[in-house]
Design a protein around this ligand. Structure first.
Ligand SMILES: [Zn+2]
Length: 685
């Protein structure tokens, strides 16, 4: 999961997962008195003596939580509840499902068409394209549905089930029961439109800050003033810097090592905000990150450092998120919204999994193996060691020769999709049925997959197709996106109730797409003859997960700290995050690397551009591993087709339905331990 390559099919549809907007709700103080709630519950119990009392109480209480003065007096609230409570949940739920599919499905189609010119390579863009693309048909749905009280009727009749309840009871629920529970997850906050707009503006500025955070690497020098990086190399922090650091594992000379150290030192300057302002996105001034000396026109000079801008942005993001807290009675802080609501896993549950993984005894042994392979003491940046990737036994030229011929353009790829599914083991009829709902376009930018949100609509596979045809790299991306499309199609068309369509969250989506991407050579008809590949792949994935879990913990603890210190200044936040990063490092990494106090885990730019999202990456690794293990020795197509039909339920219930066990770090740790023991035995022999 390098990038977030998935464009959510319908922003609104995923409002189980994202914040939704509403105007005229400036005051969400408790408006309906407890006494009125009690009276309403009593009257409903008398009117419907056979109804579940607990559910009546929950529905009325939650509706009261969302009700504001503009909706009517407390007396009107009571009348509203009594006349809109229905015992015929099935009819009500079906009507919601049908109408939501119509609204979300068409709006999603409209949004996708508005974005078509900017997403697809299809002639020149004209200025209005961007205005159309940024207009969202969903912008006012939430406003309207709270305004006309449809959202209230929903909460009154389909009360919210907590994550614990969904985990405990989800396996026993029938399709209709699961749908009713899913319905209760919609419209989870009533954030005023202007607050939501402010939050979006801040998020956009933060994203812009990150997307313009480039370093011209030819300006980076060592303590002797020597340059190491090419003239035209411009790297974005942290992605570009990290990938360049990784690529230097191929250079076993002193130069490779020096380049890695310079990049690491530069990252530390960014974290500490000691980096010169005139180095960020500016070409021409030289800087040595090791001793922090700055040179203008060849002579050393003083400089202004970047003054904690990074942390000022994070604080702004925090404050705008916190302002929404009181409008979100079910998830009253940003941490709960990111975990309980979006991931449908609690902060504590995720933290427990990550710390168990980070404490596994095998980590130390993998560290030793890396040290042996590098023939040098480990450095903190070896969290990015990538030497477990086995070079393919087939050359990239051979692979590209095949893909270029087979897929000269987007339409050729589209035509062959059913054939690709058959090569993965699908029957002809089933493959054709799925693929009639998937179209391929040549993407203008990076590859992505856009799902449909109603039956009758199709999902789009977008991938860059140069004039010469699809090279191997492009085909590899296309396989990833195709995985998304197949999942999107099956989890919509083959899930009976619309309210159950989809899968738990983006971590799952990505894990499923990787299952397809990894099978690209099978599709091309090449057979790898490197027996070590599978074992090394386990260590490679494991080490990636080991790195990103620490990064995710820093992000998580940073938000806990901000909630505990809401009035902090940027400089205080900086100190706190550096301390958090060092704590996590010292607890789980220091002894393996024999390096203390590294703040490197705080370098990820996601902390600013996608706050509270990092935990999804390691969860994706865990899901992928557990699914692969489950698929071993089974018919891939049959099993994956079954799994894609599970539909939306809590991650733990979904994993149990998919693999027979809930999500856990244990199988991954055990597999890595087995590989390491194997390797060590071979060495002893
Ligand atoms: Zn993806």
């Amino acid at each position: 999961m390098k990038n977030i390559c998935l464009i959510l099919p319908v922003l609104f549809f995923s409002c189980r997962q994202i914040e939704i907007k509403i105007n005229n709700t400036d005051n969400m103080e408790k408006y309906i008195p407890a006494a009125v709630i009690n009276e309403t519950v009593k009257e409903l119990e008398a009117k419907f003596p056979l109804a579940d009392r607990e559910l009546i109480r929950r529905g009325v209480t939650l509706t009261g939580d969302f009700w504001i003065a503009g909706d009517g007096s407390p007396e009107e609230f009571k009348t509203f509840c009594i006349s809109n409570y229905s015992q015929d949940k099935k009819t009500l739920s079906d009507r919601f499902a049908k109408n939501m599919e119509t609204v979300f499905g068409h709006f999603s189609q409209v949004g996708r068409e508005m974005q078509f010119p900017i997403h697809v390579e299809n002639g020149d863009l004209i200025p209005i394209d961007e205005i159309f693309a940024s207009w969202s048909p969903f912008a006012h749905v939430n406003d309207d549905w709270f305004g006309n009280k449809l959202a209230m009727i929903l909460h009154l009749n389909f009360p919210y089930y907590s994550l614990d309840e969904r985990n405990a009871k989800g396996l026993q629920w029938t399709e209709d029961e699961n749908a009713a529970v899913n319905l209760g997850l919609y419209f989870a906050s009533r954030t005023p439109g202007k607050l939501q707009q402010q939050a979006e503006e801040i998020a956009t500025r933060a994203e812009l800050y990150i997307s313009n955070y480039n370093i011209y690497m030819n300006n980076i020098v060592d303590e002797q003033g020597k340059r190491y990086f090419p003239e035209d190399m411009r790297l974005i922090s942290h992605w570009g810097l990290r990938d360049e650091l990784k690529s230097n594992y191929n250079d076993r000379t002193e130069t490779g090592l020096t380049k890695q150290k310079l990049i690491y030192d530069l990252m530390i300057r960014i974290i500490n905000q000691e980096i010169p302002r005139e180095l960020i996105n500016v070409k021409g001034n030289d800087y040595c990150p090791t001793n922090s000396k700055f040179f203008r026109d060849g002579s050393e000079t003083t400089f202004e450092r970047e003054k904690d801008v990074r942390y000022a942005f994070l604080l702004e993001l925090f404050k705008s998120a916190k302002a929404s807290d009181k409008y979100s009675p079910l998830y009253p802080d940003a941490i709960k919204r990111a975990f309980d609501q979006s991931l449908e896993m609690t902060f504590e549950e995720v933290e427990t999994m990550f710390t168990a993984f980070l404490s596994a005894p095998v980590n130390e042994k993998i560290g030793e193996l890396i040290g042996r392979r590098l023939r040098r003491p480990l450095q903190a940046y070896d969290i990015w060691y990538d030497g477990f990737k086995t070079r393919s036994s087939i050359s990239e030229e051979d692979l590209s020769a095949k893909t270029l011929k087979q897929f000269p353009d987007a339409k050729a790829l589209e035509k062959q999709l059913p054939h690709i599914l058959q090569l993965l083991g699908y029957g002809k009829e089933r493959a054709e049925k799925i693929c009639q709902y998937i179209a391929v376009d040549a993407a203008r930018g990076s590859g992505h997959a856009m799902g449909a949100a109603m039956k009758s609509d199709i999902s789009r596979l977008r991938v860059r197709v140069p004039e010469t045809g699809l090279n191997y790299n492009g085909f590899n991306v296309a396989m990833h996106e195709f995985g998304h499309n197949v999942e999107q199609t099956v989890s919509l068309y083959d899930v009976g109730n619309y309210l159950n369509s989809g899968i738990p969250n983006t971590a799952f989506t990505e894990a499923l797409a990787f299952l397809f991407q990894k099978r690209d050579l099978d599709v091309l008809g090449f057979r790898e003859n490197n027996p070590d590949k599978a074992r090394m792949a386990i260590l490679d994935n494991y080490w990636n997960a080991f790195e990103i879990m620490g990064v995710a913990l820093v992000d998580m603890y940073a938000w806990k700290w901000m909630y505990a210190n809401p009035d902090a200044k940027p400089e205080e936040l900086k100190t706190a995050i550096i301390n958090i990063a060092k704590d996590v490092w010292n607890k789980y990494y220091a002894s393996i690397f024999d390096v203390a106090d590294s703040p490197i885990l705080a370098v990820y730019s996601h902390m600013i551009s996608y706050p509270l999202y990092l935990a999804a990456y390691p969860i994706g690794h865990l899901i992928e591993f557990q699914l692969e293990q489950h698929l071993e020795g089974k018919n891939f197509a049959e099993e994956i087709d079954r799994i894609f039909r599970i539909g939306h339920c809590s991650p733990n219930v979904w994993m149990t339905k998919a693999t027979g066990a809930k999500l856990s770090v244990e199988p991954f740790i055990k597999a890595a331990t087995d590989v390491i023991n194997d390797i060590n035995t071979q060495i002893d022999d």
